[in-house]
Write a protein that binds this ligand. Structure first.
Ligand code: NDP
Ligand SMILES: O=C1O[C@H](COP(=O)(O)O)[C@@H](O)[C@H](O)[C@H]1O
Length: 493
């Protein structure tokens, strides 16, 4: 794990004119510069094929930085310093003849090189080969790969194999930006620094676990990518399974990358396969239709399509009842739910503890006797433990009342802004620390589990269930959990 220090390096950003680069990566690098965490000599090479010059490039980055960084966080001196680190280099990544000129540019310094691939994963292998043939790679070079890596297990292996011809696993940093979120890292602190929870974290004490990652945004300009992927590949295969791993894994021996990743892999291997028999009971697949999100009317998924695939069966919502077949989690269901155009932007994990073994209070209050640990990842990051107390007042007798023991991060640590995930991830790559990145076997075991669900859907050839934009998903996702005598938690922390 890193300590914060300025590391000498150059960053080559492949796909520097793309959505991710302009919306997330340049703003994150700017924040690191502002926090004085970039080495003075660090250069950032923006690589793209658009026929623009250095001046246009800087202007595009400047405009997007202002758009995606709160005005109060823009410091004109830092902005000027940051822009002076940026160089535009026009190149088609699949044109092998263009890499000698790039090599010349990269050789202007002997700084270790970080290559960040913010491009479609299908060309990662080709970029690696071209960099290698031009002599631009050495043992110090690190590469950062964006998700999703592949479309299924087979394509993921092809990409990983192509990259592995030129880079060792220690040089490869596979991004899952959820691992860079402060609150997600906090799961490790919460679980392994507090013996209170450590001793309660198993099937003896936990009844079930919910993981919700709900978004209010639709697909908009990413339709071309998303329609091929769908919510299972876009969100479950990576972010939700990573969250599940961090919640379910056994304590790692230490905080080294491989200790943590070894434990996560054990969880992925223990996931109960969802075969065609259990598919309809354990997986709900939805697609939003027109509705309204936070008071604004919005079109349905198919209406956003530009007629590219007006009959598309791609899912924009998935709910899954997952089970982990190991000693710790025997018979503890994990309910996962994620969707676009839902009622709120909300990512949270709820741990529902078991009720006391012997009940002594008024019979009509039986239903409220449950402790819940609510871990709010975004927005309003915080942790809240619902406990039962006696309701105050002489007339109340021994009546129970649920109330929160609450830790709201922005109130408690109000002097600090919560850094964006990509800031943390850039810092870790610069420091050479892989603990927040995903190892090849993790990706592949996650695909094994997801592929079975996708293949089940294909064999059934069924359409996803409709849900109105601005709702919590198809009714059947509520029925799925209600049939088990439980309900989704949608209240605020
Ligand atoms: N956007 C997001 O929120 C997220 C994106 N990702 C991942 O990040 C990566 C980038 O995504 P995103 O920024 O959205 O995609 P974009 O399509 O917006 O950007 C990709 C960029 O790569 C460029 N590119 C593609 N092929 C070539 C080529 N042969 N030569 C030169 N440039 C090329 C494109 O150039 P051109 O415009 O000329 O085609 C484009 O600028 C993907 O792997 C995606 O899955 C992951 C999580 C979130
Ligand atoms: O990786 C992705 O994540 C975003 C959601 O990220 P968040 O940090 O805003 O929660 C999602 O919108 C996108 O479709 C997906 O590719």
């Amino acid at each position: 794990m890193s300590t914060v220090a300025k590391t000498k390096c150059d960053i080559a950003l492949f796909g520097a004119q793309g959505d991710l680069a302009l919306r997330k990566l340049f703003p994150a690098l700017y924040q690191l510069d502002k926090a004085n965490l970039l080495a003075p000599q660090l250069r950032i090479l923006g690589l793209a094929r658009s026929p623009i010059d250095q001046e246009n490039f800087l202007e595009t980055v400047r405009i997007h930085l202002r758009k995606f960084t709160p005005t109060s966080e823009i410091d004109e001196t830092v902005l000027a310093r940051f822009l002076s680190r940026l160089f535009y280099f026009r190149i088609d990544f699949t044109d092998s003849t263009a890499y000698q000129a790039l090599h010349q540019k990269l050789s202007e310094t002997d700084n270790p090189l970080i290559c960040y691939f913010a491009t479609p994963a299908a060309i990662y292998g080709e970029i690696c080969k071209n960099l290698h043939n031009a002599g631009s790679i050495n043992k110090q070079t690190r590469i950062v790969l964006e998700k999703p890596i592949g479309y299924d297990l087979a394509s993921s292996k092809t990409i990983n194999d192509a990259v592995a011809k030129y880079f060792t696993e220690e040089q490869v940093y596979r991004i899952d930006h959820y691992l860079g979120k402060e609150t997600v890292q906090n799961l490790i602190a919460l679980r392994f620094a507090n013996s209170l929870f450590g001793s309660q974290w198993d099937h003896n004490h936990i009844d079930h676990i919910e993981i919700t990652v709900a978004e209010t945004i639709g697909i908009e300009h990413r339709w071309g990518y998303f329609d091929r992927a769908g919510q299972l590949r876009d969100m479950v295969q990576n972010h939700l399974l990573q969250l599940l791993c961090l919640i379910a894994m056994d304590p790692p021996n230490d905080l080294s990358a491989d200790s943590i990743r070894d434990e996560k892999v054990k969880v992925l291997k223990a996931l109960k396969p969802i075969d065609t028999h259990s598919l309809n009971h354990h997986v709900i697949r939805g697609q939003y239709c027109a509705g309204s999100v936070q008071g604004e009317p919005v079109p349905g998924y198919l209406d956003e399509s530009d007629s590219q695939n007006a009959q598309s069966c791609t899912e924009t919502f998935v709910a899954i009842k997952a089970q982990i077949c190991n000693w710790r989690w025997a018979n503890v269901p994990f309910y996962l739910r994620t969707g676009k155009r839902m009622a709120e932007k909300l990512s949270q994990i709820i741990i529902h503890f078991k009720r006391p073994p012997h009940y002594i209070f008024a019979p009509e209050q039986r239903d409220i006797v449950e402790n819940k640990l609510i871990i709010r990842l975004q927005p309003d990051e915080g942790i809240s433990l619902q406990v039962l107390t006696k309701d105050q007042g002489l007339e109340k007798g021994m009546r129970l009342k649920p109330g929160p023991l609450k830790l709201n991060f922005s109130d408690t640590f109000h002097t600090q802004r919560i850094p964006d995930a990509y800031e943390r991830l850039f810092l870790e790559v610069m420091q050479g620390s892989q603990y927040l990145f995903v190892r090849r076997d993790e990706i592949e075991y996650a695909w094994v589990w997801c592929d079975q669900i996708i293949n089940g859907w294909l064999s059934q050839n069924a359409r996803p269930q409709k849900y109105p934009a601005g709702s919590w998903g198809p009714i059947s996702s509520i029925a799925m959990i209600t049939l088990d005598g439980k309900s989704w938690h949608e209240d605020s922390v």
